[in-house]
Structures are given as structure tokens and as C-alpha cells.
Design a protein. Structure first.
Length: 570
């Protein structure tokens, strides 16, 4: 190397190191904050229950025979490997499942980077978009981290990158395309509803380049092969799911849904409206740009899935919110000055921390934090920049600030949760590893409470969701005799399983909720269940004003000299 070329090479090396530092430092901060929040929030409700089911499968129990689960087998199989690893290395399953979530997010982002780099689209995406994607996958889920819906988004992103490469008619590795197709096939196995999220962007690309050009890609066939193999596997290895559980789910679970006006005005939907409005303000006539249009259309498909499910659970809205925030990051990020970009990215992160670590009302605290930091971003872009920003730049900064605030609201909604310290303390003090079941229609009553308290779940179901769904449908149609006749066998099945579980396990503690289905009255009015409950006494309550849950313990386990304070606030 000549002496003249040496300074140039050194300058390039220094610029590369500076770029790595600018990218690596905030990425490391996002991962660290995600780890802290995950430790603070603990395991999500559904994930905790599915960990329990994975343990039962490893113990030799047969799904949908020895226990009943509303979700298809992929929901259990998804967590089977990390739970098996926990047993192999003597770790807590919650730890290995959390590591699995971080590894899945990292693999998704790495595959996306590989696809975009090979297609020469990485420069157009920009490093700030990678940080947005990392924050979306690791921070946005809040209390619902590692939920199947969050894993589905991780599986979706490489497929969107492949579609972006196809739309640009750019080169793409066949191996990468197959991996992306396999991932989206796994997504379809987790929840078939999310095929809408894949179909919408695929149709957009077919419109741009023609159906024939899209159909030559191997990713669609890889996805179809995975979906077909999964369907065959369910039929062969889980016949009970198709024969008994699926009809029951169709009868008492699927029809239970909120009204259209309620779904349209739900806070999660409102947050999606705000994010979409920000994207429209940024893109205006540039909505055909694939790198932005593809995640936005996938978000629209995910919103349709959210409405189809109709439950209004926040984690069901996660894919729609996550993909729209990603579209915004791809649209706004590359156009913002560096100080503004950093502050706008920081806003939803800090909002998440506020929502998760503060006391009520956390939503207000998070929203105020997001707005305040977004305004700091706007000021930083004007005051810290070398030149005064133009009107167009100010427009992007303002929209970026609004997007940061809307993202903060979305983060806060997913971080909001229900605590049960009184019940957890009472249950942990009852016995070293108390056996527990619940007379409740709420999955969140027993999970992750029982695992957190070191307890063992001995019930055949996660909750009395069969009774909850059937009774709700009967209340909505009180004069429909045909409905009552059709649902009566399911009510008897749930009641018989409950009594059989009490008689078989003779649990140390029972959680009973007074909710919409009147489970306290159910427990006391049923002769068999009522007689079994004579051996139990109430020791704690969460004092929830809407749906109170009480903890009953076996009388022979209660030590009179050391009473448990049941009045502890939650």
C-alpha cells in the first residue's frame, strides 16, 4: 500500500468502526433493556401454561387425551425444545424459553440482514431501521414476550425481505429464500390466521412484477410444504385434537367474541390508527415503495386477524402494531438527522420501561414519557444539527415525534398487566411445592401464579374456559333452546373433569374466581364439588373489584398459629 493510500484506508477503517459503534451500542442497550424488562415482567400467561403442557408431554402424557388445550399442537411443540433443554441442563424452563425468544429474534434479524444485503437493499433500509426492528421484536411485546404472536412476527420478517427483493428484481440466495419460506410455514402452523399477513404483501408483489415472476420463487413452495407436513402430522399424531377438541373449540370458544364497535374503538386499534396516520403523512404519494408497503400491508392483514379473533386481547394486536411501527421506521428513520433518530428511537424504549416499572396509571406515565422524549427529538434535530432543517425535514421530524408517541402508547398497552402478590405470597407459604387447580374461566388466574410460587398444576385444563364460553353464549341467547341442548354436553364434560381432578389430586389449594360465569356459585351449588370444598378454607384474596379471585387451602395444611394475611393489597 502506498503512503498516499494509507490515510484513506485508515479513514475508511475509522468510519467503519464508528458506524459499528453507533449501531452496536444502541443495539446492545436494546437487548439489555429487553432482558431487564423480561426479568421484571416474568413469563407471559399463555407461555407459562404452554411450558406446563410441554413438561407434561415430556413426562409421557398424551395431548388432548390426558389434558385438554384449546390451541392446536404447534402451540405446545413450539416450546418443547427449550423446555427439554431446561431439563437437560437443570435450568428453569422460564429461562431457556426466554433465551429461545432472544435467539429467535436474533436469527430473524440476521436472516433479514443477509437477504437485504444480498439484494443490495441494505443501504436503502438504513441502520436505524435495524434498531427499530430490534426494539419491535424485543421491547414492544412487554409482558407478552415470547407469545406465539410475537414468534409469528419473527417468522414473518424474512419472508417480507424476500418479497422486497422479488419486487426489486434483485438477486437472492435460494437457501435464504427456502429458510424464509420455512419460517412463514411455521408461522402458519402457529396460527393459520396470520396467512392473511403473508397474503396481502404477496399479492402486492404479484401486482408489481406479475404472478408468474412471484410463483417461480421457492419460498412459497417451502411454506406450503411445511404447512402440509404439519397438517399431516396433526392428523397422524394428534387425532384427538381433530376428533374432539376442535369441535369443542368451534362450539364454545370461537363464537365468543366482542362486538365490531368495541373492537374498532379498542385502545390497541386506536394506537394502530395513529401509527397508520403517521405513515400516511410521511409517505403521501410514495406508498408503492415495497420496503415500506410490504410491512404496512402485512400489518393490515394482522389487523384483520385481530378482528377475526375478536377477543380484544392485547397480544393479539401485537403483530398489527409491530409491523406498522416497522413500516414507520423504514419510512421515517433514514430521513431523520442522527440526534433526532436516536431520541425518537429512545422514546418508545423509555416509555416501555415507565409502563413496566411504574405503578398505576402506567399508561399515562408511558404516554407522557413518549411525548416528552419525542419533543426532545424534535428540538435536538433543530439545535444539534449543523444546519437549520428545512420545512420538509421539520415535517419528517414532527411525524417522527408523533410516531414515537404512538409507539409509546402501543408499548404501554402491551406492558400493562395484573399482579397477584397476595395470592402468590399465600400460596408460596402454604407448602414447598403446593398442588393447585382453579375454578375459574380466566387463564391468567393460575398462570404464571402457580409456577412463580413453586406450585404444581394438577388440573386437566388451564381454566374452566369451556364453561366460561358456554355460559356466555347462553346468556347472550337466553331463549335459544337448541343452543342450550348443543352446549349442555360440554358443560357436563367440564364439570366432570373438575370433580375428577379434585378427587384424583386432592390439591393443596384451589383458586376460585367470581367472574361472569359465577364460578363461586357453581362451586357451592354443585353437590359433588361443594362436598369436596368442605375440606378447604379461604386464606387469601386478590380483592379485584371486577372479578375477585380467592385462594382456598386444605384445612390440614393451615397452621392456626401462623395465619396468612388475606388483606394484603395487590
Amino acid at each position: 500500500m502506498s503512503e498516499a493510500a494509507a490515510p484513506t484506508a485508515l479513514a475508511r477503517a475509522g468510519a467503519s468502526d464508528a458506524h459499528v459503534w453507533r449501531l452496536g451500542a444502541p443495539l446492545a442497550a436494546i437487548v439489555a433493556l429487553a432482558a431487564l424488562l423480561n426479568a421484571h415482567f416474568g413469563t407471559a400467561t399463555d407461555v407459562s401454561w404452554l411450558i406446563t403442557l410441554a413438561e407434561r408431554v415430556l413426562d409421557g402424557q398424551t395431548p388432548y387425551v390426558d389434558f385438554i388445550e384449546a390451541n392446536p399442537p404447534a402451540s405446545i411443540l413450539l416450546y418443547l425444545a427449550p423446555v427439554a433443554a431446561a431439563r437437560l441442563f437443570h435450568f428453569a424452563p422460564e429461562l431457556t424459553v426466554a433465551l429461545f425468544g432472544f435467539a429467535a429474534a436474533g436469527a430473524s434479524l440476521a436472516l433479514c440482514a443477509h437477504i437485504l444485503g444480498g439484494a443490495r437493499l441494505a443501504e436503502r433500509v438504513g441502520s436505524s431501521s435495524l434498531l427499530v426492528a430490534a426494539a419491535v421484536l424485543l421491547l414492544l411485546p412487554g409482558r407478552t414476550f415470547n407469545q406465539r404472536d410475537a414468534i409469528a412476527v419473527m417468522a414473518m420478517l424474512p419472508f417480507l425481505c424476500v418479497l422486497a427483493a422479488r419486487a426489486a428484481r434483485a438477486p437472492i440466495s435460494q437457501v435464504a429464500a427456502i429458510l424464509a419460506g420455512v419460517a412463514v410455514g411455521v408461522m402458519a402452523a402457529i396460527k393459520p390466521h396470520y396467512l392473511l399477513s403473508a397474503a396481502a404483501p404477496a399479492l402486492f408483489v404479484a401486482w408489481r412484477i406479475g404472478p408468474r415472476a412471484l410463483l417461480v420463487g421457492v419460498e412459497l413452495y417451502a411454506a406450503a410444504a411445511v404447512a402440509a407436513l404439519y397438517a399431516l402430522g396433526v392428523a397422524v399424531f394428534f387425532p384427538a385434537f381433530l376428533a374432539s377438541t376442535l369441535p369443542m373449540v368451534a362450539a364454545v370458544y370461537v363464537p365468543v367474541r366482542n362486538s365490531a364497535p368495541f373492537m374498532l374503538l379498542h385502545p390497541c386499534t386506536i394506537a394502530w390508527y395513529l401509527l397508520t396516520l403517521c405513515l400516511i403523512c410521511v409517505e403521501q404519494r410514495r406508498w408503492r415503495e415495497p420496503l415500506v408497503a410490504l410491512p404496512a400491508l402485512a400489518s393490515l392483514g394482522a389487523l384483520a386477524t385481530y378482528f377475526i379473533q375478536g377477543k380484544a386481547w392485547t397480544y393479539h394486536a401485537f403483530p398489527a402494531l409491530a409491523l406498522m411501527i416497522l413500516a414507520l421506521g423504514l419510512a421515517v428513520g433514514p430521513r431523520l438527522r442522527q440526534p433526532a433518530s436516536a431520541a425518537v428511537l429512545l422514546a418508545p424504549c423509555v416509555a416501555t420501561a415507565c409502563a413496566g416499572l411504574s405503578d398505576a396509571p402506567s399508561l399515562i406515565v408511558a404516554a407522557l414519557a413518549a411525548v416528552a422524549l419525542a419533543l426532545v427529538a424534535l428540538a435536538a434535530s433543530s439545535w444539534l444539527g449543523r444546519t437549520r432543517p428545512s420545512w420538509r425535514e421539520r415535517h419528517f421530524h414532527l411525524v417522527g415525534a408523533a410516531a414515537g408517541a404512538a409507539s409509546g402508547l402501543a408499548f404501554a398497552l402491551l406492558a400493562f398487566g395484573h399482579e397477584q402478590p397476595a395470592l402468590a405470597k399465600a400460596l408460596a407459604a402454604l407448602a414447598p411445592h403446593p398442588t393447585v387447580l382453579a375454578i375459574s374461566g380466566d387463564l391468567g388466574v393460575g398462570h404464571p401464579l402457580v409456577r412463580n410460587a413453586g406450585g404444581v398444576w394438577v388440573q386437566s385444563v388451564s381454566s374452566l374456559w369451556i364453561t366460561e364460553g358456554a355460559r356466555k353464549l347462553m346468556r347472550e341467547r337466553p331463549h335459544d333452546e337448541a343452543l342450550n341442548v348443543r352446549l349442555a354436553p360440554y358443560l357436563r364434560l367440564d364439570r366432570d373433569m373438575l370433580f375428577a381432578d379434585i378427587a384424583r389430586a386432592h390439591p393443596d389449594a384451589i383458586l376460585i374466581t367470581e367472574g361472569g360465569a359465577g364460578f363461586v356459585d357453581l362451586a357451592r351449588s354443585d353437590p359433588a364439588v361443594g362436598a369436596a370444598l368442605q375440606a378447604y378454607r379461604e386464606i387469601a384474596s386478590d380483592h379485584d373489584p371486577v372479578s375477585e379471585t380467592k385462594l382456598f387451602a386444605r384445612r390440614d395444611l393451615i397452621v392456626a398459629s401462623t395465619p396468612i394475611d388475606a388483606s394484603e393489597s395487590r
